[in-house]
Design a protein around this ligand. Sequence first.
Ligand code: NOJ
Length: 623
Amino acid sequence: MAPCFSRNPAQRFARHLAPSLSGLALALCLGSLIAAAGAQRPMIETATQAHPAAAFAFPASPDPWWKHAVVYEIYPRSFQDSNGDGIGDLNGITSRLDYLKTLGIDAMWISPMYPSPQVDFGYDISNYESVDPQYGTLADMDKLIAESKKRGLRICLDMVLNHTSDKHPWFIDAASSRTSPKHDWYVWNDGKSADAPGVTAYQKRFEHEGKVPPNNWVSGFGGSAWEWVPAVHQFYYHKFYKQQPDLNWDNPAVEKAMFGAMRFWLDRGVAGFRLDAIPTLFEDPQLRDERELGGVNAQGDPNLAGNYTDNLPKVHDVIRRMRAMVDSYPGDRVLIGETYLPNTAALDQWYGGEAHDELQLPMDMLVGFHGDHDKLTADSFRQHIVEVETQVHGSQPLLVFDNHDNVRAIDRYGDGTHNDQINKLLATVLFTTKATALMYYGEELGMTTTTPTHKEDVKDPIGITGWPQEKGRDGERTPMQWTPGPQAGFSTDPHTWLPVAPDYKTVNVQVESKEKGSELAWFEQMMALRRSNPALRSGTMTMLDTSNPDVLSYVRSTGTGPAVVIAMNFTAEPKTLSLDLSSAGVTGTSIKTLAADDASLLSIGTLKNVTLPPYASWVASVQ
Ligand code: NOJ
C-alpha cells in the first residue's frame, strides 16, 4: 500500500486513529423519471414510556427502522443559526425539519450539543445531561425531538464515552487530590524517572518534577498522550486533546454514570446514539510502549502502532451491556459506532459476530474511506461492498462517505473535472445497496471543502498546531448553504463562526431545488427510490460483470416484481457494457430507466451495449 502523504487531504481523521488500527496497512496512514414516490406507510404508535415526548408515530414495518434508514449528520454549529450570533443552534435545526423531511431522510445524528468549553467543538463535554447555551436549552431539545417525531424523523445524539472535558466537575474533582472520590474515574500514572534507561529525548520534552510519562504514547491531536497535574503529582492519559481526559472504564462507577447519561436521553425520546471514538475506551493495563513505525506525523510526533490504546477486547463487554440496556427501551433504539477499523473481520466483531449482541450499526469506513488514497476504483468498491454484505454474519452494513472530520468526499474522490457526477455516483452507491446510509449535511448539495488559507483563520486546534501540514477540519464544517442571499441564509450575522464557502450563490438549497439536474435533485430522487421501490428497499443484491475494472454494476431483486439494475462508470471515459442478470435469477427483458444523471441514458431499453458517459450513474427496472 502506498504510504500516507501528510498533505493528502484524504482520510484526515482516519489518520489520527490509523496507527491504532493494527497492522501496517492502516498504520501507514490509513434525471428525474421517478415520481416523488415517498409512498407513505400507515402510521402507528410504537414507543411509549415515561417522558411525554417519547410517544410518537412511525411507519409500520417488520424490520427495525434503522435497517432502511438514511441517517443525516448535523453539525449543530454549522446547520442553521436562529438567534443571529453566527453559530448554529437547536431552534435552527427545528426550523429546517420540513426541509429534511422533504429531502427524504429518516433520522438525524446531531454532533455534540451538550455544555462544553468547545475546545474540540463539543467533543469535550462538561455536562452530559444538558444543552450548551450556545445551542439553546433543554426545552429547545425537547421541542426538536417532539417536532421531529411529528414528521416521522428520529434524533440520535452523539455520545462521547471515552473522555470528558477537563472542565467537567468529575475531572475537576479527580485532579484536585489523589484521595478525591472521582480520582479513579480517570487514567492516572505516577510516570517514570526521567533518568530511567531508554527514556528518549522526545519523552524528556514532557518532564515534570523529574518524571516523564510512563510510555511513548502520543495524543491523536499532537504531543504526549500524558499531561502532568502538579496538585496530584501524576500524569493523566488523554487520547485526544489534553482538555479531553480519558475516563477509566475499569472503574464500574464510570459505566454506571455514563449509562445513566444515556438513559437520561433515551427517556426523553432519542432514537439512539452515535458512539464517539468507541474503540478507544480501554488502554493496555501494563501501559506498554507502542511500536514506532518510523517518521513523524503532521504534528511532529513519532508515528506509532496503536495496539495498546485501541480495540482492546474489554470494550466488547461494555458494548454488550450497553446494547442490553438500550434494548430494554421500546422502539428499536440504535447504537451507531464510529469504527475506523482495518478490515471487515474487525468490523464484524463490533456487531458481536454471530451473536449480534453489540452495535447494530458500526460504521463501515472501508468502502467510504478506504486506504488507497480514496481513488475511485470500481474493483475496490466492489470488493469492499461484497465483503461488508457477506462477511458480517448477516448484520446490517452502514455506509458513509462524509463526516465532520474528513475532507468532503466530493473533493477526496473528485477529479476536478467531473466532481458533480462523482458526487452523484457516490450517492448512488450510498442509497442503492442494502446498507443503511449515513450522510453529512451539505453532501446533498455538493458542498465542497473550504480549507482555511491563513493560519490565523483556523478554528480547529489541530489545524493551528499542525499548520501547514495539517490545516484542521474547518474546511468540512462551513455553514450549510440554504440560499444565494447573505450568509447563504445560515445566519443574519455577517461574522459567522466559520466563513460561508465561496460557491454558495450557486450551491445552495434554494437554487438547487429548482434545478432538474442538481445534486439536490439527485439525492432526493435516490432517497425516494430507495424508500418506494421494493427491490431497492429489501431485495437481494448480486454483483454483475464482476471483472469489469471500470463499471460497478449490481442488481437488486425481491424474486417477485421488477428487479432494479444499477450501473456506474468509475472512469472519465465513456464505457460500454452488456449485463447478464441470469446469475441473479432475473430473467426479465423489459428495461425502464428509473434514474440517470445523463440524458442519453433516459431511453435505454436494453441491457446490451449500454454506453455510460464519464462517471455516469444509471438505475433501471427490469421486468
Ligand atoms: C471523533 C470525532 O468525530 C472528532 O470530531 C473528535 O475530535 C474526536 N472523536 C474526539 O472526541
